[in-house]
Ligand binder design. Structure first.
Ligand code: AMP
Length: 381
């Protein structure tokens, strides 16, 4: 019987996961280095420790019945240590290892018969030159591990940019990818449990700002056959990885092509809308999957648009709530973070409409209503 869930990571994904887990009657312990984290504010306990502190990791395992993570850049060694201690971790170390490293990940996807952008491993200057020659310009050079929200990536438009990107990358292991001239970025959130039940949420369309997700539109404005293909690819990936939990597959759509960019073995920013637009959220699906409960197919009530509320660096107080909250079909979520640094994810809102176009108009109105205010500067004036 599972009574207590452990979560590695203390951000907003862990917070929303905790809120759903608590609603379902579970206890939650999070491990996160920063005290009073977004997850820690809601969880029953927060162990304040580094993700690679194996003594603290052992304590997390001992205090909980199943461990999961809200962020895949946790050390693989921590998950391996938990497994060696016979603790249950979902998704397991096999899924984590594969999705932490871009070359392993893309090779796996290709081996599943699923297309990706052209790519090559870059471990030396020579390999960089040959990757650029074979795959061509423009390309994108990425660190193979540890990147998120567009960090650790350099677009290389011409042979003159190659040296610059190489020196910026500072000898870390790299991957060269073709820069895809996509029509849209899409993602699908899906979940699988130990019984092998698989369910998928509607395919969503994602718009980014400097590599950070800004807006998610659900369902994505795509042909049903493309949505069906996204679902099929997610199902193949789930089975081949034997993943247990909610996960996300990100795609580039270019004409009739659907290329996998990334697999995230966790709940995902592009699935936030499911808290308010489907009868089961990605977080509940994750709790059910890791706790051995049945999964049900998500049903969407109305078209939805999710807008991330990102910091700007201009101040830490969010203004415009009075106007935003006049919208009838809107749900606001704030993450309890005190400092709104530039492009930091501070919260989001989801707005529903009878049509996507209506939801988009409302979302734009909401976005324009909000602004960050520097209270201290205002008080001094
Ligand atoms: P990633 O960390 O791989 O998810 O990349 C972050 C964002 O950078 C993506 O959501 C895309 O907007 C952009 N991007 C990454 N890789 C490529 C690529 N090969 N072609 C075009 N855009 C890319």
């Amino acid at each position: 019987m599972i009574a207590t869930i452990g979560i590695l990571g203390g951000g907003q994904l862990g917070r929303m996961l905790t809120l759903e887990a608590k609603r379902m009657g579970y206890r939650v312990v999070t491990l996160e280095p920063f005290p009073n984290s977004p997850t820690g504010q809601i969880a029953d306990e927060q162990i304040v420790a580094a993700y690679d502190d194996l003594r603290a990791i052992g304590e997390l395992g001992a205090r909980t019945d199943v461990v999961t993570y809200e962020f895949e850049n946790i050390p693989l060694a921590s998950v391996l240590a938990l497994e060696a201690d016979r603790r249950i971790v979902h998704p397991d170390s096999t899924a984590l290892r594969l999705t932490q490293e871009r070359i392993l990940e893309k090779t796996f996807v290709r081996d599943c018969g699923i297309p990706t952008a052209a790519f090559a491993a870059v471990r030396s200057r020579d390999e960089l030159q040959s990757a650029a020659r074979e795959i061509g310009f423009p390309g994108v050079l990425k660190t193979t591990m540890g990147g998120y929200d567009g960090k650790g990536q350099w677009v290389v438009r011409s042979p003159q940019d190659v040296e610059h990107a190489w020196s910026e990358a500072q000898r870390r292991p790299l991957i060269w990818e073709e820069l895809v001239a996509f029509d849209r970025e899409l993602s699908i959130i899906a979940a699988r449990n130990e019984r092998g039940e698989f369910v998928a949420f509607p395919t969503s369309e994602n718009q980014h700002d400097h590599g950070v997700l800004a807006t998610t539109i659900v369902p994505g404005r795509i042909d049903p056959s493309v949505a069906e293909r996204a679902r099929r690819y997610a199902s193949t990936i789930a089975q081949r990885l034997a993943i247990v939990g909610t996960f996300c597959v990100e795609f580039f759509q270019r004409g009739g092509e659907l290329l996998v960019n990334e697999i995230a073995p966790r709940v995902h920013n592009s699935g936030h809308y499911s808290l308010d637009a489907t009868q089961i959220s990605q977080y509940e699906a994750h709790v059910r999957a890791i706790c051995g409960l049945p999964l049900v197919e998500p049903r969407q009530f109305l078209p939805a648009v999710m807008v991330n509320i990102l910091g700007t660096g201009a101040g830490d107080t969010l203004g415009g709530l009075d106007e935003l909250l006049r919208e009838q079909m809107l749900k606001l979520h704030l993450y309890g973070k005190s400092h709104a640094a530039l492009r930091r994810k501070m919260g989001h809102f989801t707005v529903l409409g009878d049509t996507i176009d209506e939801a988009l108009v409302k979302a734009e109105r909401g976005r324009r209503a909000l602004r960050w205010i520097d209270d201290r500067a205002a008080a001094l004036r």
